[in-house]
Design a protein around this ligand. Sequence first.
Ligand SMILES: NC(=O)c1ccc[n+]([C@@H]2O[C@H](COP(=O)([O-])OP(=O)(O)OC[C@H]3O[C@@H](n4cnc5c(N)ncnc54)[C@H](OP(=O)(O)O)[C@@H]3O)[C@@H](O)[C@H]2O)c1
Length: 254
Amino acid sequence: MYPELEGKSALVTGASRGFGRAIALRLAREGANVVVNYRRSKTEANQVVAEIAALGNGVKAVALRGDVGSEESLHRLFTNISAEFPSLEVVVANAAFGVPGSLMSTTVHHFEVTMTSSARSLMHLAQHAVPLMKDGWGRIVSITSEGGQKVLPGYGVVGPAKAALESITRYLAVELAPKGIVVNGVMAGPCFTRSLAAIPGARELLEETICRAPMQRLITEEDVADTVAFLCSNQAKMIVGQFIFVDGGCSITK
Ligand SMILES: NC(=O)c1ccc[n+]([C@@H]2O[C@H](COP(=O)([O-])OP(=O)(O)OC[C@H]3O[C@@H](n4cnc5c(N)ncnc54)[C@H](OP(=O)(O)O)[C@@H]3O)[C@@H](O)[C@H]2O)c1
């Protein structure tokens, strides 16, 4: 569907499950080579690599460990990426680690870990990846949630981190556009993945979402992956610093 992605190389952070897994598979279906990044879930990441190999379209996929919240770990990750691929054209900043709860009950440590993993990581990913985007063509896509703009239960720390991620996305979009690197984001609605399940009140949020969504269902991981693939394509080349809402219309209803 997007032949320009064929032969390109993509890093998808947090690709061992959830949205990241679906995005890695989607980009591989487009013919892109994929780095399946994970932090702890090596077995699941290797499973995603096996699923990509089973596509049988000749793309290369490797599972590489890296904690997006650690500068040192990211440095190692990019050394390993450079050893596997001559260039890197696509980065999907999907991984996030957030401590659920309220601002009043959080600790400095939890606040900093959440901010570092979920927001500052995008800056480091761009700093490492842009020198590898060699032919004046690149794509960076971040993944955010409604909690960056609205106050949701249990999102006291994650919400502000997502707001920072969104701002970093826009600033990078302006800094990198002259280099031919297009930066955008996807604002995903609730989907019952492992990270959502950890948020107190997740089930209620999902039930309320289904009631309010004009599409009358939750989004799937593949819905997000389809939009990421579009943002990586040439068709999206003049969309700069924007967030595409993938939420079945939830955000426009009361
Ligand atoms: N699910 C939703 O309803 C929803 C809605 C809107 C936005 N989002 C966003 O979508 C993204 C993916 O969420 P998800 O729901 O798909 O989560 P998920 O199923 O829990 O998957 C999270 C992935 O991130 C990895 N990860 C976590 N911390 C990491 C770190 N520090 N460094 C590298 N990898 C790390 C995990 O790997 P390991 O297990 O190896 O740590 C896993 O592969 C997140 O940015 C999330 O905020 C989710």
